[in-house]
Ligand binder design. Structure first.
Ligand SMILES: NC(=O)c1ccc[n+]([C@@H]2O[C@H](COP(=O)([O-])OP(=O)(O)OC[C@H]3O[C@@H](n4cnc5c(N)ncnc54)[C@H](OP(=O)(O)O)[C@@H]3O)[C@@H](O)[C@H]2O)c1
Length: 268
């Protein structure tokens, strides 16, 4: 299946910064009509002006994805405004850094609510619309750490693994419906993510990223390609697939490499 993005309706959560913001701009450049959600409305208004300058139509809505009703309202507002929904990018998310034993229960609960349940809420709102249309693409932005967790990243990685499991079931359930579900697995990406992670982890120095880094534009371009030609899983940094294979084939060796990399980055 190949989706023509000119005139397509694309909704993106977590659009006020980083990967989500780049996605909105990338889809707008393709001629799509875009709906953008996040909590910081001032950022969304600035983004809307940039989208208008590209000649595309845009809707922005202040939305906390940790609230099912707000996500439902965002998807409904998109359909009310543009008449359909072709692509939903469940991208909103944040991180917390800390050893499993040092991370408070409330931090796990909030992370799951935003990163995982936010994705669930998006799917629940979009699937009926897309099934009625007989077409649509749901793109869930997970992470490479959803396949292979790193020390001091367990609470966050578990939410990314949960997104992968959900997407695996969903894409099989949707077979034959014309609706596709895909997961995206970026490596470390230059965005506000590190800053937010430090803040959410009590403002401490949470040490460096592990491994190579890519740009948010690079991830957004991979998401656009996936919307055009849906794939089960997308690795914007292709070599990162090796991490997945190694984790499946040699978990003990993966543990050792994760330990070494985390030590090198000052996480342990
Ligand atoms: N950066 C990386 O290294 C990396 C690597 C792999 C995967 N990812 C994933 O990529 C996605 C985007 O992250 P990013 O790197 O672009 O980070 P970012 O620059 O911090 O952007 C995160 C976006 O999510 C939004 N957001 C956070 N909590 C929200 C909530 N409760 N409701 C609605 N929106 C919320 C933020 O908007 P508001 O604050 O305005 O609400 C912001 O627009 C996340 O799912 C992240 O897990 C990131």
């Amino acid at each position: 299946m190949t989706l023509a993005l000119r005139g397509a309706v694309v909704a993106v959560t977590g659009a006020s910064a980083g990967i989500g913001r780049e996605c909105v701009l990338a889809f707008a450049r393709e001629g799509s009509r875009v709906a953008a959600a996040a909590r910081r409305l001032d950022r969304l208004d600035t983004l809307a002006a940039e989208v208008h300058a590209l000649g595309a139509e845009v809707l922005v809505l202040k939305t906390d994805v940790g609230d099912a009703e707000e996500v439902r309202r965002f998807v409904q507002a998109t359909v009310d405004r543009f008449g359909r929904l072709d692509v939903l990018v469940n991208n909103a998310g944040y991180g917390v850094r800390g050893r499993v034993e040092d991370t408070p229960a409330a931090a796990y609960e909030r992370l799951m609510r935003v990163n995982y349940l936010g994705t669930v809420y998006g799917c629940l709102a979009a699937i009926p619309v897309m099934r009625r249309q007989g077409a649509g693409v749901i793109v869930n932005v997970s992470s490479i750490v959803g396949h292979r967790s790193l020390p001091t990243g367990g609470a966050y990685a578990a939410t990314k693994a949960a997104q992968i499991s959900l997407t695996e079931a969903l894409r099989v359930e949707l077979r034959g419906s014309g609706v596709h579900a895909c997961s995206v697995h970026p490596i470390g990406t230059h965005t506000e993510f590190g800053e937010v992670t430090a803040r959410e982890s009590g403002g401490e120095d949470v040490a460096g990223a592990v491994g190579p880094q890519q740009s948010a534009r690079n991830v957004a371009d991979a998401i656009v390609r996936c919307a055009k030609r849906p794939r089960p899983e997308v690795y914007p940094y292709p070599l990162s697939r090796a991490i997945v294979w190694l984790a499946a084939l040699a978990p003990g060796l993966s543990d050792w490499l994760a330990w070494r990399a985390a030590r090198g980055a000052g996480r342990l």
